[in-house]
Design a protein around this ligand. Structure first.
Ligand code: GGG
Length: 352
């Protein structure tokens, strides 16, 4: 298969983890006879510094021409430490999602047996936990009207019926391919927008009679994903709740560095780690490349390359089982591996 891939490494640890993601894609291409053509493009803080825009038109053009976008992360301390900054790297990511119409962010949460003890949670609660969070990605507070002066600030959590219907459809259909259990997470006791979500979900239930649908307040869901993760199959939720909930799920997997995602919608699909750019670690060979590598696996699976995706997953699990791990999940007293070494180990596993 021939695929044109836009490669957006972004900021912080982005370039390091992307290098390993692309190396894995190359190893897959060589093994299975595929042709992956990469086009790099700038975004985030780098793009602000170079052209004054975190998602310039030139990058959008590259993304639109590609079959898929492989993205790493954006964000930089310079902007984090300057609350008055008018343009921020993160707005580039939001612009990209909006312009590409990527309204459905699919975030799988699965455990690795050898890492269960790394979680602050009880091992027996975690074993076999395997669910997907579908985060609405182009609406809600992140995109609603905002205002800020010295005395007052607001964000608007706005959702329209078509926006809610299309993301709930993704949730119901994803549930149909899995254990047929959908949990709609909201705050319908307080938020009008959540009540609209709940109303529309209830209307749609009859179209999916095989799916067991339940409703949970975000407060309760935040506890239940940690105390009873096996309860969940597919969670569908709004932009803000999904963002926070899937950072929380790193307590289940054992590290933020293990969680990949895909973003799907109207134009080119995008694949990126859930985590951000960890600027403090940039250039230090510390970051876990696995979320990026598993995002590459999701990219391949999106195009039906399931055997290829499965081989990447097998290689990742083998690396963790062999204790080839970055510092945050390293075995106590064990050998230290950096971003490069973990990536190279996985590439070699794929080649052999
Ligand atoms: N790879 C994800 C990333 O770069 N995250 C930084 C960020 O801007 N996060 C906000 C969000 O994902 O909505």
């Amino acid at each position: 298969m021939k695929l044109k891939i836009a490669v957006l490494e972004g900021d912080g640890i982005g370039p390091e983890i992307m290098k390993q993601g692309v190396a894995v894609m190359d190893a897959i291409a060589a093994k299975f006879g595929h042709e992956f053509e990469y086009t790099p493009a700038i975004c985030g803080a780098h793009a602000i510094e170079e052209v004054g825009d975190p998602y310039p038109d030139s990058t959008h053009e590259v993304c639109m021409q590609a079959d898929a976008v492989l993205f790493a992360a954006v964000g930089s301390l310079k902007f984090d430490n300057d609350p008055t900054a008018k343009i921020r790297p993160e707005t580039g990511l939001l612009a990209m999602r909006k312009k590409l119409g990527l309204f459905a962010n699919v975030r799988p949460v699965a455990t690795f047996d050898c890492l269960l003890h790394k979680s602050p949670l009880k091992e027996e609660l975690l074993k076999g936990a395997d669910f997907v969070v579908i985060r609405e990605l182009t609406g809600g507070m992140y995109f609603g009207a905002k205002y800020q002066d010295n005395d007052q600030a607001y964000d608007t959590n706005i959702y329209t019926r078509p926006e809610v219907e299309r993301i709930l459809k993704v949730g119901f259909e994803m549930a149909m391919t899995r254990k047929k259990h959908l949990t709609v997470v909201d705050k319908a006791n307080v938020l009008a927008s959540s009540r609209l979500w709940r109303q529309i979900a209830k209307e749609m239930e009859s179209q999916y009679p095989e799916v067991t649908t339940d409703y949970m307040f975000i407060d309760n869901a935040s506890m239940r994903v940690l105390t009873e993760p096996r309860y969940f199959d597919v969670i569908v939720t709004e932009n803000t709740f999904g963002d926070i909930l899937t950072d929380e799920t790193s307590c289940i997997t054992g590290s933020m560095g293990l969680q990949p995602s895909s973003s799907l919608g109207e134009h080119t699909p995008l694949f990126e780690p859930v985590h951000g750019s960890w600027p403090q670690a940039a250039g230090q060979n510390l970051a876990n490349p696995i979320a990026q590598i598993l995002s590459a696996a999701m990219l391949l699976e999106h195009f039906g390359l399931n055997e290829e995706g499965a081989l990447i997953r097998k290689a990742v699990t083998a690396s963790l089982d062999a204790n080839v791990r970055t510092p945050e999940i390293q075995v106590e007293g064990g050998e230290k591996y950096g971003t490069t070494e973990v990536g190279e180990w996985i590439v070699n596993y794929i080649k052999n």
